[in-house]
Design a protein. Sequence first.
Length: 68
Amino acid sequence: MLKLFQYNWQVRDDWFTWCEDMSAEELVKKRVGGFGSILHTLFHIVDVEYMWILGLRGESVPEEPLFE
């Protein structure tokens, strides 16, 4: 399980690094698939990761997404 988390975080970090050189316009540009834009898709990924961590720690998960 730890290897899967490490891989997931590495890929996520690679995406964040890739996005550093993108303009704000490109990050919010409407796209097909995902959550409509690169930025909203990344927000979703971070939000779901946080919910998984809370669940694994036995803490309650917020009903509303944290990153909207």
